[in-house]
Design a protein around this ligand. Structure first.
Ligand SMILES: C[S@@+](CC[C@H](N)C(=O)[O-])C[C@H]1O[C@@H](n2cnc3c(N)ncnc32)[C@H](O)[C@@H]1O
Length: 310
């Protein structure tokens, strides 16, 4: 038995989301790195993150491929309806034929039935920093991008990718955390959190926006949990709040009212993940939160400020 399970994650991001991805890595893995491969004993579901492409639960790590194969044979590795894949790394220089041949050799030595089209288990092989890694591979989710097309979406709705990252910043790899989106709009964050099996509550002050959020929730098979009320009336306590702060054009909100929202969150939540279109650091500090991390996400002509506050 291994003392610790180690995982090898592959990461990727569009250039304009680099800051956001690195912030997510810092939060989840407690690592400062720009590497697109991460070795960690922290277990994260790849489908939680828009940036994690695959996770390999490492069974064997060896200096050469033959030793990996020997381990597979001597352990009598067994699986039903499995497939073996090669996980290609950024600077991987193993030739295609060679990769194919190694994957085949492994496939022939796992006991059980092989399934190319509908595997229940995927084994992965890769070469990273001169070592061979073999293990159980889980890939990132491919279904969540579908949720970009909700029945209701406004121009001020968050992007699905950003919503998922905000949730990761809020939960820090602990899916038992209790979250609140106190100004949830049409429910982008709520839907993503529910799809990740996370306990979340949503408040929205505008009646018609609340109705639209609940239509969105129902559309994806979730209960209509968004409460039509002012967030100042929230009585419960939470591990973390995700606040996409209401701003001028859409909500006709004053600076004092924005400050009031953050101060209210300070009373009901240990942690705050906040998104804004302008630098609101002063307001956060005035509300007695400390900023533990921040990043700026630049998209076209506008910028979004993302803060982690404790
Ligand atoms: C920037 S939008 C949120 C958009 C949301 N993240 C989405 O993806 O749809 C801010 C929302 O906060 C709501 N709001 C403003 N003041 C509020 C308050 N005091 N309590 C609850 N909701 C409020 C607004 O009606 C608006 O829908």
């Amino acid at each position: 038995m291994k003392e610790k399970i180690e995982f090898l994650y592959t990461i990727n991001y569009p250039r304009e989301e680099k800051n956001l991805c690195l912030m997510e890595i810092r939060t989840i893995f407690k690592l400062e790195t720009e590497e697109k491969v991460i070795l960690s004993d922290i277990e994260v579901e790849p489908l939680f993150s828009p940036f994690i492409k695959s996770r390999l639960e490492i069974l064997y790590v060896k200096d050469n491929f033959e030793d990996v194969l020997k381990e597979i044979i001597s352990s009598g590795l067994k699986s039903e309806e499995y497939k073996v894949e090669y996980i290609r790394m950024d600077k991987d220089n193993i030739a295609y034929e060679d990769r194919l041949n190694k994957v085949k050799q492994i496939g022939l030595n796992i006991l059980g039935t092989f399934s190319m089209t509908n595997p229940k288990e995927i084994f992965g092989l890769t070469n990273y920093n001169g070592k061979w890694y073999f293990g159980i591979c889980i890939k990132g989710d491919t279904k969540w991008p579908d949720r970009i097309k909700k029945p209701y979406s406004y121009s001020n709705s968050l992007e699905v990718r950003l919503a998922r990252t905000l949730i990761n910043l809020a939960i820090e790899a602990d899916r038992t955390k209790k979250l609140i989106d106190p100004c949830c709009g049409v429910g982008t964050v709520i839907i993503e959190a529910l799809s990740m099996g996370i306990d979340i509550t949503g408040y929205e002050i505008n009646r018609s926006v609340t109705n639209n959020a609940n239509v969105n929730l129902e559309y994806y098979g979730y209960n209509k949990i968004v409460v039509n009320d002012d967030m100042h009336n929230i009585k419960d306590n939470f591990d973390s709040a995700i606040l996409d702060i209401p701003y001028g054009l859409f909500s006709h909100i004053t600076k004092e009212e924005q400050l009031g929202l953050i101060k209210k969150i300070r009373e009901i939540s240990k942690r705050l993940i906040m998104v804004s279109f302008e630098d609101l650091e002063g307001m956060i500090l005035e509300s007695n939160f400390k900023i533990s991390d921040r990043c700026i996400l630049s998209k076209g002509s506008f910028q979004r400020y993302i803060y982690i506050c404790n």
